[in-house]
Design a protein around this ligand. Sequence first.
Ligand SMILES: *Cc1c(COP(=O)(O)O)cnc(C)c1O
Length: 388
Amino acid sequence: MSKETEHFARGLVATIRARYRTDDFIPLHAPRFVGRDREYVLEALDSGFVSSVGRHVDAFEAALSAFTGARFAVATVNGTAALHTALLLGGVRSDEEVITQSITFVATCNAIRYCGAHPVFVDIDRATLGLSPESLDAFLSEHAEMRDDGLCWNRDTGRVIRACVPMHTCGHPARIDRIAAVCAAWNLVLIEDAAESLGSLHQGRHTGLFGRIAALSFNGNKIITTGGGGMILTDDEALARHAKHLTTTAKQPHPYLFIHDEVGFNYRLPALNAALGCAQMEVLRDVIERKRALAEYYAVWFAETYREFVREPAEASSNYWLNAFLTDDRDERDFILEYTNTRGVMTRPVWTPMHSLALFRNFQRAELPNSEWIEARLVKLPSSVPPD
Ligand SMILES: *Cc1c(COP(=O)(O)O)cnc(C)c1O
């Protein structure tokens, strides 16, 4: 590597260590328990209601609904379960197609496959890292047609394209209003994978409110955590009711009989986890402020280098879940990943693009120049809330 790159790498490690004030290992994103976490979890334990019953699930759902502005929030056992349920409620069926971005976590595509549907990959924006509305529109114009049944059909495969699942990468909002407009024109159900973007706004509105349904995640590495957990957001009361039903084994209410009226899932969030979530929600605003301040710290340092730090997109306020920057090329990316990880500073590339995984290689895709460009250059940086 060039002397300049080595100099940059040394400076990067020093800058990160200076902010976290430690010589120990620095993870990418550590969970943080500084509020009433222990108190609420013990309360759930003492109540005896640790799994399916208890006030904490209702309270956690109410907190998410109040925070995001979604009319309804339905808790699930993890974000993948929330996505799977959202796709089913969006009407995605076996042998239909769902358009998504290739740069995403594998859960997005797994959930599509759980429905027996086929993912179709379109490109991302370089600026937002999220699904490109232009790539979506171009793909549909070239390969799809609206038929008399009002559905969008893929002319190449002869299948219905039912839905579109954009993802707000690293917490940065995609241009979701433009994506929503394209989906409306082609009658696609818009389902947002907002697993990373709790607290991120586009045009002043919370991500997850632009489509029919959205999924959030509270995995241990997300901006707040319930150990494992997820949430479905929707403004549609019937959908919310169905989401609750489907995720709780589709059992009809009855004083003692077990009547299940469809094949449901055991996707409910245990009350123990919800109790933790209630405490995490109390500090979420503070967490976002601290994470935005950390992003500013990085941005100031990067401004003195020749590398581009990933800033929040126009018209957005990002939670900066994961900070990231762009190297000159893949060789430099690999050098930085090696340099930092061998020195106890955890960094990561973006995910291997879905279309490059053997398991999704044979699905249809648009040209993906931005996905490939970003994949070769992006490096994710330590982003835990730092000490005061
Ligand atoms: C974390 C994540 C998920 C899945 O969440 P789990 O709670 O881990 O199942 C889905 N999509 C994206 C983009 C994620 O980052």
